[in-house]
Design a protein around this ligand. Structure first.
Ligand code: MV4
Length: 455
């Protein structure tokens, strides 16, 4: 049994987790940095503990301070949320060694799936389609050039332990190979402390589709349908929708089956997401598996009727999944706009400051996940996402119209936000028709600059 959980995170996800804990009758302990003394998560939790200075490395990444706080307050478990320590296997291992439950998969699974090259190999060996590329890591320039010639240029070189687009380079032809290979290796070493890289054929402007999964510790796994996360800027998602509008039913079933199979192969448990790339010719490829709860989980909750955090906590306790695949029915459409404290007229630069006044939209099918309030000071230390605006309706068009109404009601004064940008997107023809890929956000920004809507 879990009776008390420490939430090793901040912002809206910490608030999100605390809410479900309260509903389940589980006591909560928040941790906060000195920059977050006035943060909402710290006041909503039953107890809160200051764990260090403003810089993440001194607080939300400070494993010893977090585990000490959990032990001192008598917690049974730690929920890592997303980002920070959520996919850090050393942390998961340390938590378990201290006799606490890590609310996530085992350290072994985090390691296995965190190594993208290894995950790729396992999936390929088990018949799941992966992007054509190197079988394992690339060990020399000569080895790399040989593989690139076989799969054909352009190719991508990626860090085995990478993610978020870092340690990743596009190579157009053999003349560029040495330079980009060295760049990717250097960036991988600097970002991830490991310079292993692998090669893949370059897929131009793919769609990014991911399947939400949840497994228990007894070998049962179910999926909660897919999300389309193709609307991204600089590898940061901005808008997500569920289900994917243009996915054909036949491919959808294949994605679900392969995602479930991938989990069975590695014995996955806890919540997780399998990311696929879909190319223009309707080929799909396994790309990577995320072993955490994700920012965009609310849209899946809206269409599936499942509280994903509740299930995550239940399976962490060792409970069997209490729902069967056939009991979960997809219903309606959901959209999420990530509202960031950033200035879209300054190349979307982060824009911290004090919220002088705010008004949040409401009504049927409108959900807000946020940790801001009137007078709250957005600090420069953490991610600039301050609010997730989620709409839910029977059809996609109604959902878009609901998002327009909600965005038009939203007021956040005192700081710049990207809300207006989202409003423009909700009137974009390509978006409305669902005809957008991972290159669309940049094209749309250019369009807005060209017509003077943004500078
Ligand atoms: C790719 C790709 C095209 N071809 N790999 C970006 C982040 C990292 N997770 C993988 N990414 C990509 N890998 C091959 N072989 C294009 C991207 C990519 C991308 C992927 C998903 C969502 C948005 C993206 C934006 C730019 C590039």
């Amino acid at each position: 049994m879990i009776e008390k959980i420490l939430i090793a995170n901040r912002g809206e996800i910490a608030v999100r987790i605390i809410r479900t804990c309260k509903e389940m009758g589980i006591a909560t302990v928040a941790v906060y940095s000195t920059a977050d003394r006035a943060a909402l998560h710290a006041s909503l939790a039953d107890e809160s503990v200051c764990i260090g200075g403003p810089l993440s490395k001194d607080s939300y990444l400070n494993m010893n301070a977090i585990i000490q706080a959990a032990c001192n307050t008598g917690c049974d478990a730690i929920h890592p949320g997303f980002g920070f320590l959520s996919e850090n296997s050393a942390f998961a291992r340390l938590v378990e060694e201290c006799g606490l439950i890590f609310i996530g998969p085992s350290a072994k699974l985090i390691d296995l799936l965190g190594n993208k090259s290894q995950a790729r190999k396992i999936m390929k060996d088990n018949g799941i389609p992966v992007i054509p590329g190197s079988k394992e890591t690339v060990t020399s320039v000569e080895h790399g050039k040989q593989i690139a010639a076989e799969i054909g240029y352009p190719v991508m070189i990626k860090a085995s332990n990478g993610g978020g687009g870092r340690g990743m380079r596009l190579i157009h032809d053999e003349a560029e190979f040495v330079e980009q290979y060295n760049n990717a290796k250097a960036e991988a070493k600097a970002c991830f402390g490991d310079d292993d890289v692998y090669l893949e054929k370059y897929i131009e402007n793919p769609k990014h589709i991911e399947v939400q999964l949840i497994g228990d510790k007894h070998g049962h796994v179910i999926h909660l349908f897919e999300r389309d996360c193709s609307f991204q800027r600089r590898h940061q998602k901005m808008i997500e929708e569920a289900p994917c509008h243009i996915l054909k039913e036949e491919m959808r079933q294949k994605l679900f089956n392969d995602a479930l199979k991938a989990c069975q192969i590695v014995g996955y448990y806890s919540v997780g997401t399998i990311e696929f790339l879909v190319d223009k010719n309707d080929n799909y490829y396994f790309m990577e598996m995320n072993t955490r709860i994700q920012v965009e989980h609310p849209i899946t909750e809206m269409i599936s009727g499942v509280d994903i955090v509740r299930l995550q906590i239940q399976v962490a306790m060792g409970n069997k999944l209490n729902i069967k695949q056939e009991d979960i029915k997809q219903n309606g459409y959901a959209l999420e706009c990530r509202i960031n404290a950033e200035d879209m007229n300054k190349d979307f630069a982060p824009c911290p400051g004090q919220i002088a006044f705010m008004h949040i939209p409401g009504g049927r099918g409108v959900r807000i996940d946020s940790a801001i309030y009137n007078g709250y000071k957005v600090t420069p230390y953490y991610d600039s996402m301050i609010l997730k605006l989620i709409t839910f309706a029977p059809t996609r068009l109604e959902c878009i119209k609901k998002m327009r109404v909600a965005l038009s009601e939203l007021i956040i004064d005192g700081i710049e936000t990207n809300a207006k940008f989202h409003y423009y997107v909700m009137y974009s023809r390509e978006f409305i028709e669902g005809r957008y890929d991972t290159g669309y956000c940049d094209r749309f920004i250019k369009e807005l600059k060209d017509n003077g809507s943004i500078v």
